[in-house]
Design a protein around this ligand. Structure first.
Ligand code: FAD
Length: 438
């Protein structure tokens, strides 16, 4: 064997490493789990295939309750120092131009911390979370793509196989593998935890833009047939004034082929079809040097069968996702990480990281997501039918108790079951307040 051949063979042999916990994906779910488990004294290795700051298609709006989770993680100060915009609530505009709005202050119970919500571009937010994980003692490796999970003969997960930024293979053994690797989680797929392929087929185009006239402190969602446009201030840039996040979500069957021809032309052309948005877009353009340009994503419907198995757990989008309309994903990722870290810490100390020991996490995660998913499905039924959306939004404009309950539930301030309360039902069925004109 020549020295060149032996060097080639050696470089294709995986290096071996180990950690107590290997976390795949350093978005909000993975970084928060890494921070908490490292703080609890475990040796944590956090891997991400990308280098940070990295582009992430997102509406950039944290729900009010997410602020309280950031506070518990010790990161709220850093997020506030990064110059986020503050949202006072949301306005939803129907295809015919009817609208209702709800302000968080009306459901914050006097707590000023949740009377507004924060909105900050994901490159900044995720960098803060990652720095928090590093400070807590987690080892962070970016540019490391996980390609498979390692299992022993009994089927128990014992680590991951990855490729470093230089393309070198590496095998990392761990007592617990956490899949926090987002919508198309390789961990969920390799562990056969994905329930089925997506049924709801939508795609999104997201950009940071300047030149949109600022609104009245509210984020906005505009609906049209098979389309939804979200607009919210993200941050105040010293030279460009307000930067907005502009996100278009479209039904893939109807608009996918058109968008594939020229995504940016489709983005602007389609946004100008929204009657109450179009006049405000006349001077709008992509924010130069802010964010990565136009980002595409989808489909989003990614249900999982389970979120734990022997030696592994899923968290964040990897644990299951449905639709971005209600904007709760970051809160669910952070809270899921808190729930998982508690169970995982217990399991690691108890000795065996089995599916049974991780069950409390699975149960609490189901509780966290169950009602939220049901609400998301109900919202999808309504917003995907223009006539129904018109009727519901027109009704909500005259039913403040129902509108506020909806904003509270999607802001994670109340459980979705609050929408079933008699007061909300009466408000919706027998609207009393003056109608808000389209
Ligand atoms: C269009 C759109 C708008 C949205 N708007 C909002 C909003 O306004 N508010 C809100 O709260 N939520 C919103 N969401 C949802 C939110 O973005 C997600 O729920 C959130 O990012 C989930 O965090 P995560 O950590 O689970 O996953 P992610 O943030 O997706 O992070 C996953 C990480 O895993 C890494 N990774 C993936 N595969 C591998 C691999 N093989 N090896 C190593 N690393 C890997 C990725 O690089 C990534 O960094 C939106 C989503 C979309 C698509």
């Amino acid at each position: 064997m020549t020295s060149g051949e032996s060097a080639r063979i050696l470089s294709s042999m995986p290096a071996h490493e180990s950690a107590d916990v290997v976390i795949v994906g350093a978005g909000p779910a993975g970084a928060a789990a890494a921070l908490l488990l490292a703080e609890a004294g475990h040796d944590v290795l956090l891997l991400d295939r990308q280098h940070f700051p990295r582009p992430k298609p997102c509406g950039d709006c944290l729900s009010p309750e997410a602020g309280r989770v950031l506070e518990r993680l010790g990161l709220l100060g850093a997020v506030e120092a990064a110059g986020p915009a503050r949202l006072e609530g949301w306005r939803i505009v129907s295809p015919s131009g009817w609208s209702f709005s709800g302000r968080f202050a009306a459901c914050a119970g006097g707590d000023p911390r949740v009377a507004t919500s924060l909105s900050l571009s994901r490159d900044r937010l995720d960098a803060i979370l990652l720095a928090g994980a590093r400070r807590a003692g987690a080892r962070v490796r970016t540019g490391a793509r996980v390609v498979d999970v390692l299992r022993d003969r009994a089927g128990r997960t014992i680590g991951v196989r990855a490729r470093t930024a230089a393309g070198d293979p590496v095998e990392i053994r761990a007592r617990l593998v956490i899949g926090a690797d987002g919508l198309r989680s390789i961990v969920a797929r390799r562990l056969e935890l994905v329930r089925r392929p997506p049924r709801l087929r939508k795609f999104s185009l997201t950009a940071h833009v300047i030149g949109i006239a600022a609104a009245d402190g509210l984020g906005e969602m505009h609906l049209l047939d098979g389309l939804c446009a979200g607009v919210a201030p993200v941050t105040c840039h010293p030279e460009m004034n307000v930067v907005h996040n502009l996100t278009l979500v479209a039904d893939a069957a109807r608009y996918g082929a058109e968008a594939a021809q020229d995504a940016e032309a489709f983005f602007w052309r389609t946004l100008r079809r929204f009657p109450r948005l179009a006049p405000r877009l006349e001077s709008a353009r992509l924010a130069p040097g802010v964010g990565p340009g136009l980002l595409a994503s989808g489909p989003f419907d990614r249900p999982t069968r389970r979120v734990v198995c022997d030696g592994a757990a899923l968290v964040g989008d990897a644990a299951g996702y449905y639709d971005p309309f209600t904007g709760q994903g970051i809160y669910q990722a952070l809270t899921g990480a808190e729930l998982l870290a508690e169970s995982a810490d217990h399991a690691l100390r108890a000795g065996g990281v089995t599916a049974r020991v991780l069950q409390p996490y699975a149960r609490r995660q189901r509780l966290l997501l169950g009602e939220a998913r049901a609400l998301q499905r109900l919202v999808e039924v309504v917003v995907s039918r223009p006539a129904l959306a018109d009727r519901a939004i027109r009704r909500l404009a005259r039913a403040p108790a129902a509108a506020i309950a909806l904003i509270a539930a999607t802001g994670d301030l109340r459980r979705a079951r609050c929408l079933l309360s008699p007061a909300v039902a009466v408000s919706f069925l027998f609207p009393t307040s003056t109608e808000v004109a389209a």
